[in-house]
Design a binder for this molecule. Sequence first.
Ligand SMILES: Cc1cc2nc3c(=O)[nH]c(=O)nc-3n(C[C@H](O)[C@H](O)[C@H](O)COP(=O)(O)O)c2cc1C
Length: 339
Amino acid sequence: MYRLARSWLFRRDPERAHDLTMAALGKAGGFARVLAHRPPPCPVEVMGLPLPNPIGLAAGLDKDGEAIDGLAALGFGFLELGTVTPRPQPGNPQPRMFRVPEQQALVNRMGFNNAGVDHLVGQIQKARFRGVIGVNIGKNKDTPNERAVDDYVHCLRQAFAVASYITVNVSSPNTAGLRDLQAGDAMYALLSDLKTEAEALARKHDRRVPMAVKVAPDQSPESLEALVSAINRAAPDGVIATNTTVDKSALGDDPVADEAGGLSGAPLLERANEILAELRGQLDDRIDLIGVGGITRGEDAAAKVQLGARAVQIYSGLIYRGPELLGEAGHAAADYLQR
Ligand SMILES: Cc1cc2nc3c(=O)[nH]c(=O)nc-3n(C[C@H](O)[C@H](O)[C@H](O)COP(=O)(O)O)c2cc1C
């Protein structure tokens, strides 16, 4: 069924195909249920949150929460929405999303196009889904890094009451300078300020909301070491590894390799897994890992769990494989976990 839809969608511009799919999922829950290949029940706990299965939706697909119930009907164990910023912003000029079907890969330079955090909060409040929803937060393009913390704190405050967890996104390659926030001291300062704020909010709302940080795969051994030490000191509840990579050499002489932006999908798997394994080896055991990057087959999801991820997320694989991938990933992860 998805194969038919895919051949129609792939004849359209990637962003148009994305918008059409989201509109269909947003309007017709029944449509999602027909397409669903739900993962089997496989309860896991991540950052203290109980999930019915470990297969999640990665950030960026539903930035504005337009299709929460439709996506939930596909059987995801949890959804991550956003990235949202304090104020709405248009993102980069189009075209800004490119397919490389032969490699099950995408390159994007969306640039945090989103309708702002308040819009997303309203969408979550309107949704019927009662499962785990992560809200991924970022900074507006025109906010300088010196004031980035204010943007993250603003989003944290606005989203706190409706989010199951918050993801601090410092790893998108498409907002100039954003990844500098991963540098040791900057990372520690940002995370510890946000933690202090989250603790105050927890007292006010009488409810704790765990915090994860999402990291980039493009790390030298030195930058990874500094990042790990900052994260261990700041002690967030989780780390999401990884975002897209700026290394597009895997695309060879495909013209898409010359497009600015981040690469995702199958060619990212190996690098994302290396970072995941490094992080599991070096991070404090109390910090949970969520593995993302390059899952296009069931065994890719199982490999991330084997490397120490308590849950996984998918984006590009969903574009190429459709909802079938959820069932496949869910079965493979469950087989490994229930062995
Ligand atoms: C078009 C597109 C937009 C994305 N937008 C975001 C985003 O807003 N925030 C974020 O943290 N990650 C974003 N990502 C990264 C994904 O969440 C994920 O980390 C990455 O694509 C690797 O997973 P995949 O290989 O399964 O796609 C985006 C990815 C794509 C392809």
